[in-house]
Ligand binder design. Sequence first.
Ligand SMILES: [Cu+2]
Length: 112
Amino acid sequence: MLKSLMFAAGLAAAAAPVAAAPAGHTVTVDIKNFMFMPMTVTIAEGETVTWTNRDQIPHTVAEKNKLFRSAALDTGDTYSHTFDKAGTYDYFCTLHPQMFAHVVVTPAAKKK
Ligand SMILES: [Cu+2]
């Protein structure tokens, strides 16, 4: 009986990656001279911030309410976080708590 040869035609389409690069762009923040620069960045929902440590000593990126927290970043290391919800996010360096800064996330335009 040859009744089920046709099903194989559908298998080739299943390999496409689902989690491609997000449409939102990325904003960069440098960690330099014990400061986050710029201290405030404003992005839209769904966009990403990437921090890069430009100092010769480790720093971290830690949100005040523990929404995100990087490992210790050595010189040249980066950490990224994508912000899916509007709001103001205060963050600091757990190694140097006097280092603090903010990410302001504005609501995306409603699609309706
Ligand atoms: Cu630090």
